[in-house]
Write a protein that binds this ligand. Structure first.
Ligand SMILES: [Zn+2]
Length: 345
């Protein structure tokens, strides 16, 4: 047991399952031939005008609702300026001052222990293209540029790699239940970055390190537990943790330095002049609420209560919405009764 307290926050990016990209009509799909789903808008050519895909906004707000966030009366987009070859515009359209979801929370539960993780915000933005490094050249595929991305940012409320893993699993189940994301971490449709700091109890947050490249929930757990141990060794040696960005190396099972962080990046955010602010009206909000479903953790608890199932069985049945639906269909058909399920255990 470490003498330090650990603080973990997550930034999770999910690809929304819209048919087209967030600001143009290009197809949003994984695995198509490189640079086939592109147009002047998502390539950022001069003089083009983006237009908001309302389905992306709806899916974003639906996720925000499921995460108990407040949807503001007005939400808008900003330009986040930086240069990178995978983004031809030299800025990303994102949200900064008024994200579509604010101040929410999601519960995680394991072995009857419930923890509430606060959600700082959910914001809608466009994804960048993809760089493929092969031999001594780098190739660029812009099919992903402009795909609708929802970033979910938590407060540093998790205290171990296990809790962070549980959060990712719970969030993945949730967005799959909602039908807003396929949750495929291998294909990058759900990606997580983490920040972690440790400190002596009562001393507040420590100096934080960011970890990127956590492309499975297992790597989230392994990467964060490795990092908590590494930071404890630094402090035990009387040194200070350096604020930096590290990468999880899955081949060596360790985090490695990627870059030292200067102070906060200056992205020179300013309101996107080509997109009007979005004011969700009653009709829009009603359409969002109509898409809400019973969420996996609620359903799991109901299964445990109503069918007297143990946690692991209820969790397994509720992992996929289709399986949970099927289970209830069979029970409702009268072929099984609650008593027969109970007595068969
Ligand atoms: Zn396009």
């Amino acid at each position: 047991m470490s003498k330090y307290q650990t603080f973990i926050g997550l930034e999770v990016h999910i690809h929304l399952l819209t048919k087209s990209k967030v600001f143009c009509a290009c197809k949003s799909a994984f695995g198509d031939a490189p640079n086939t789903n592109v147009c002047p808008i998502c390539m950022g050519l001069p003089g083009v005008l983006p237009a908001l895909n309302i389905e992306a906004m709806r899916m974003g707000c639906l996720t925000a609702r499921a995460l108990n966030c407040t949807i503001p009366e007005t939400t808008w987009f900003e330009r986040k300026q930086y240069f990178y070859p995978d983004m031809t515009k030299n800025y990303q359209i994102s949200q900064f001052a008024s994200p579509l979801g604010q101040n929410g929370w999601m519960e995680i539960e394991s072995k009857g222990v419930v923890k509430k993780v606060r959600i700082h915000e959910c914001h809608l933005e466009e994804d960048a293209g993809k760089m493929i490094h092969t031999g001594n050249v780098s190739l660029l595929d812009y099919n992903r540029a402009g795909v609708a991305l929802l970033e979910i940012v938590t407060e540093p409320d998790m205290a171990s790699g296990e809790e962070a893993e549980l959060f990712i699993q719970q969030l993945r189940r949730t967005v799959r239940y909602l039908g807003v994301c396929d949750g495929n971490m291998e294909e990058g449709s759900l990606r997580a970055d983490a920040n972690i700091s440790i400190n002596l109890p009562g001393k507040g947050l420590g100096r934080k390190v960011e970890i990127k490249n956590l492309n499975s929930s297992r790597f989230v757990r392994l990467g964060l537990n490795y990092e908590a141990k590494r930071q404890a060794e630094v402090l035990d040696a009387g040194k200070q943790v350096i604020q930096e960005t590290r990468l999880w190396n899955e081949n060596r099972d360790q985090t490695e330095i990627m870059r030292t962080k200067e102070n906060a990046h200056d992205y020179r955010y300013f309101p996107e002049p080509d997109l009007p602010p979005f004011k969700p009206d009653a009709e829009f909000l009603a359409s969002v609420d109509a898409m809400l479903v019973e969420l996996p953790l609620e359903r799991q608890r109901r299964f445990m209560r109503d069918y007297a199932l143990p946690e692991d069985a209820a969790a397994a049945l509720c992992e996929e919405k289709a399986l949970a639906d099927y289970f209830e269909l069979v029970v409702d058909s009268g072929q099984w009764t609650v008593d027969s399920i109970r007595s068969s255990r």
